[in-house]
Ligand binder design. Structure first.
Ligand code: BTX
Length: 324
């Protein structure tokens, strides 16, 4: 742990009471000047301290910016978040997690950004990720999994996100197969699962999660299709840091369950929040015919089951879905 993390831990232990500069420099083994410098840096990051001569410093407020040390404090996981990186700005947290993965980072490594300037969606699409308004996060997983089962992890993540946000806010998120979460028919979250494999073995999975948390508005091209937690709650947004913590805990719980017991342990929880079961839909596939039918469920693989007019059932492995 770095010095700033240690300083924050000491303030947390002090529980709102003053900590003297002397106590800090003794505990951390550095000079008063060095402590003062770290405090100034923390202030620049949004921490508020009261400084009183002879008494020392008191932590008054922590910013709702999901700094690594904030996310890790009290995080109740075994692996997810074990190594957490925070960036003010990145091109894409996916790019960062791929680089870390290739350099041998352990399973559970997390990259969080306050802003992405080249946020990625599927099929080369982009993900709007302005500063201060969302959770833009990538998680590194290294499951021992056959290649064709990997898309199931998108569904595992969808259940984790829906259950977490429902618990934290009461908002009735619904899952639109395969990778979108909707509120009132508008997209509030997207999941991007990318994998790297050697021959038939999964090397790693980069699980990207984007959640619009406190965005008050969207650019015109997204205005009709996107929403945020705060828009759906009359301007009230949950804090990002506790939401990320809870999400990592839930994601780990479901990921372990999935690894131990397989997709059948996740499937009913996915179906409980699925949006279009029993409804007519159009599945637009890449390099393959567009199909229309009734969405009747998902199979053990996680593929969408489409009942066709002639009574046949089609298994859809990858597509963009329109209702109707
Ligand atoms: P997708 O391809 O299903 O959706 C992308 C489409 O969603 C865009 O073409 C656009 O129409 C719409 N869209 C773009 N930005 C937003 C937004 N903020 N809210 C709602 N709709 C939007 C979905 O891909 C997967 C997105 C994953 C994003 C995460 S963020 C952390 C990680 N890093 C990264 O670069 N991507 C992932």
């Amino acid at each position: 742990t770095n010095v700033k993390e240690q300083i924050l831990r000491l303030f947390k232990e002090a529980n709102g009471q003053f900590v003297s500069g002397e106590a800090l420099s003794e505990a951390l083994g550095c000079s008063r000047t060095a402590i003062w410098k770290h405090i100034s840096e923390l202030r620049a990051q949004g921490y508020q301290f009261e400084a009183v001569r002879r008494s020392g410093y008191r932590l008054l407020a922590t910013p709702d910016i999901p700094y690594a040390e904030q996310v890790k404090a009290g995080l109740n996981t075994q692996r997810l978040g074990c190594e957490t990186h925070f960036f003010e700005t990145v091109e894409s947290t996916q790019t960062e997690i791929h680089a870390l993965a290739r350099a041998g980072a352990p399973e559970g490594t997390v990259v969080i950004a306050d802003e992405q300037v080249k946020g990625k969606g599927r099929l080369g699409r982009s993900w709007h990720s302005p500063p201060g308004s969302g959770i833009w996060m990538s998680v590194l997983l290294r499951p021992k999994l056959e290649l064709q089962r990997c898309p199931q992890l998108t569904l595992v993540a969808a259940v984790a996100i829906v259950e977490t946000i429902r618990e934290q806010t009461g908002l009735p998120l619904m899952i639109k197969w395969p990778n979108d979460l909707l509120l009132n028919g508008k997209k509030v979250c997207g999941i991007l699962t990318e994998l790297r494999a050697e021959s038939d073995c999964v090397d790693y999975i980069a699980l990207g999660i984007g959640i619009n948390v406190s965005s008050a508005s969207f650019p015109s091209e997204l205005a009709d299709i996107a929403t945020s937690l705060s828009i759906e709650q009359q301007g009230q947004a949950p804090l990002r840091t506790p939401l990320i913590k809870r999400l990592l805990e839930k994601l780990e719980e479901l990921y372990f369950l999935y690894v131990e017991q397989g997709f059948s342990a996740i499937k009913p929880r996915w179906e409980a929040h699925a949006l279009m079961l029993g409804k007519p839909i159009t599945a637009r596939r890449v390099n393959s015919a567009t199909l229309q039918g009734i969405a009747i469920g998902i199979d053990e693989q996680g593929a969408l089951l489409l009942r066709m007019e002639d009574g046949r059932t089609e298994h859809i492995y990858s597509a963009d879905i329109d209702m109707g």
